[in-house]
Design a protein around this ligand. Structure first.
Ligand SMILES: Cc1cc2nc3c(=O)[nH]c(=O)nc-3n(C[C@H](O)[C@H](O)[C@H](O)COP(=O)(O)OP(=O)(O)OC[C@H]3O[C@@H](n4cnc5c(N)ncnc54)[C@H](O)[C@@H]3O)c2cc1C
Length: 498
């Protein structure tokens, strides 16, 4: 086998971000991917449910792609990836035909929230005014004090409020409380909690700063642009190649794992120091998980509140109390009677997703306990029907992948864990283990570009800053590999014209 400088195991957004960074530094790079199609959690595939309808099998909505310093410099729009912005970033319907709506504009959102408008504005204004500060706090490698100390302090104060039972003091009506709770529920954990509050503050402020866009044609457009860049810089991507043992790895001077920590332990075996291996194996999996449902609809969803139809993402948990109860059931290992369901109808903003016959994909997942084998199709249909009477009549075809089977489509999604492992506040900092450098698995020999490396790094969402399609763990790990393994301290340009 020909030796390459670096092998990346796994072609999710983080594996590809690592491969882009390494290839642009002049290294020869090979990406090995177990599945038939590269792209991991950002693939858009035909599922055979209806001719011409393609589905986002994992991620669909991309606030992180707009916010990510890696993807900003990579410049998706300049590479032809259109990030389409729905007028309403996200919506949270309530019983009785009511709904809370997060428009792109903070002021418009606050005005529509009536009595809680100024409380919403006061909560988010300092964060919306400094999105770079918020990104530094929430999406950094968590190993540096952010320069934006004022924003960090504002974030911290709000985290302490919304992450504890003090959250009840802010809003008087149901709408604003439900709106923020639906965003926090992305953390799939007990509410209130610090990690859910961190998620809520990050994603809610990004909605008013850069939006929650959907890429034209689906999430696959994002990984398509990354793949093209890897190949343009001489890298190769081999699909259908699962790496299970050390013998599956071709000779290389550096290995980057866009995998679960346990896969890295299995493959690297004795090459890992015992303390590192023990830390990786001890990294807990998330207790909450997702079960995926893909539908084909014959028309737009008849939401009881008409403006919900303008939203790219809809959180279906009902009120704050109802959503917290559903998340508590899942955190205790049970199924909620009315689970939190997240849905997206990309046809709302992307006409290319609607066939000439009017068929459109509908993306949904429900929160369930890790490892659940339940087919949640009925629970998802019931939750949508609750806020959109007549919805069931539009369903032409459906497919459910229970949480326990998500790993068949992406080995990182063990038991349906979409967060890459435990996502408590402690685990957001100490993921996958408590270490100054959370990415390094086998420390490199160091040296120059000609002589260095022989190290290994973890670059998946099991490292900081955690889940989302932002490519940041891949970028952070690859820059460490370049610096510590190959003696290349300056970061390669990511600009499309380089
Ligand atoms: C249902 C669902 C909905 C989501 N929705 C959103 C969303 O709307 N917005 C958002 O930002 N994020 C969303 N996410 C999260 C997002 O998809 C992930 O955080 C992100 O994809 C993580 O990227 P990654 O590169 O670390 O891992 P992954 O995307 O999981 O990629 C890992 C890759 O490695 C491969 N691999 C694993 N083990 C091996 C091996 N041993 N050998 C070879 N290859 C291997 C896998 O096949 C896969 O291609 C969602 C996730 C799921 C599951």
């Amino acid at each position: 086998m020909t030796e390459v400088d670096a092998v990346v195991v796994g072609s999710g957004p983080n594996g590809l971000a690592a491969a882009v960074t390494l290839a642009r530094a002049g290294l020869s790079v090979q990406v090995l991917e177990a599945q038939a199609v590269a792209g991991g959690g950002a693939r858009t595939l035909e599922l055979g449910l209806a001719d011409g309808v393609v589905h986002d099998i994992c991620s669909a909505v991309h606030p992180m792609a707009v916010a990510s310093p890696f993807l900003r410099e990579f410049d998706l729009p300049a590479r032809g990836v259109e990030l389409l912005q729905p007028e309403v970033a996200y919506a949270n319907p309530l019983d009785g035909g009511r709904a809370a709506l997060a428009y792109r504009s903070l002021d418009r959102t606050a005005s529509a929230l009536g009595v809680d408008g100024s409380a919403w504005r006061q909560l988010l204004r300092p964060l919306v005014d400094d999105p770079d500060g918020v990104v530094a706090v929430a999406l950094g490698d968590h190993r540096r004090v952010p320069r934006q100390l004022g924003t960090a302090a504002a974030f911290g104060v709000r985290l302490a409020e919304q992450g504890t039972f003090a959250w009840a003091a802010r809003f008087r009506d149901q709408e604003a409380a439900a709106l923020l709770t639906g965003v926090g529920a992305h953390a799939i954990t007990r509410l209130p909690s610090l990690s859910a509050a961190g998620t809520a503050l990050l994603l809610a402020s990004l909605a008013h700063a850069g939006g929650w866009p959907v890429p034209r044609g689906g999430s696959g457009a994002i990984v398509g642009a990354l793949l093209a860049d890897v190949q343009m810089h001489g890298g190769t991507v081999v699909t259908g190649t699962r790496v299970d043992r050390a013998e599956d790895l071709p000779p290389a001077r550096a290995y980057l794992f866009d995998t679960s920590p346990r896969t890295a332990v299995r493959v690297l075996g004795q090459r890992l120091a015992g303390r590192v291996a023990r830390g990786l194996v001890a990294f807990p999996r998330g207790r909450g998980a997702a079960a995926k449902v893909d539908l084909v609809l014959s028309g737009p969803v008849p939401w009881a509140h008409p403006e919900v139809a303008l939203a790219g993402t809809v959180h279906l948990g009902g009120s704050r109390v109802q959503t917290a109860a559903a998340e508590a059931a899942v955190a205790s290992g049970g199924h909620a009677e009315r689970p939190t369901v997240l849905v997206s109808d990309p046809g709302v903003v992307d006409p290319s997703r609607v066939t000439p016959a009017g068929l459109r994909p509908f993306w949904a997942y429900a929160h369930v306990p890790a490892g659940s084998t339940l087919d949640v199709t009925e629970a998802v249909l019931a939750q949508v029907e609750r806020f959109a009477p007549g919805f069931r009549d539009l369903v032409v075809a459906s497919r459910c992948i229970p949480a326990a089977r998500l790993a068949e489509h992406d080995a990182n999604l063990v038991g349906g864990d979409i967060s890459g492992g435990g996502a408590s506040m402690y685990r957001m900092l100490a993921r996958p283990r408590l270490a100054w450098d959370p990415y390094v698995l086998v420390p490199p020999r160091g040296g120059s570009r000609a002589t260095g490396a022989a190290g290994a790094w973890l670059c998946s969402s099991s490292t900081p800053p955690g889940p989302g399609v932002h490519g940041l763990p891949g970028w952070y790990a690859a820059r460490r590999a370049l610096r510590d393994g190959f003696g290349l301290p300056s970061d390669p340009s990511l600009a499309p014209w380089d």
